[in-house]
Design a protein around this ligand. Structure first.
Ligand SMILES: [Zn+2]
Length: 79
């Protein structure tokens, strides 16, 4: 993936957690994406594997991009 800021090739890697990974409009201390309207689930939690999303890094621009179309960023998503 090319960085949309500088156009250079980005490094692919993962962001992982022992909790569900989701985008929410604001910080919540209780409940996952299912409980907060407008949230986007990035990686469902697996009790055995945790959660992880494929992401792309640009060290020059200091940006990380997660493409969550059709759940394809979710390492726990069955493809
Ligand atoms: Zn860049």
């Amino acid at each position: 993936m090319k960085c949309p800021y500088c156009g250079e090739e980005m490094e692919q890697g993962v962001i992982q957690s022992q909790h569900e990974l989701s985008w929410m409009a604001k910080r919540h201390f209780m409940g996952g994406a299912d409980f907060h309207e407008g949230s986007v689930l990035l990686s469902a939690l697996s009790i055995f594997k945790g959660s992880a999303v494929v992401s792309h890094l640009c060290r020059k621009c200091k940006k990380v991009i997660i493409d969550y179309e059709n759940g394809k960023c979710d390492c726990n998503h069955s493809k």
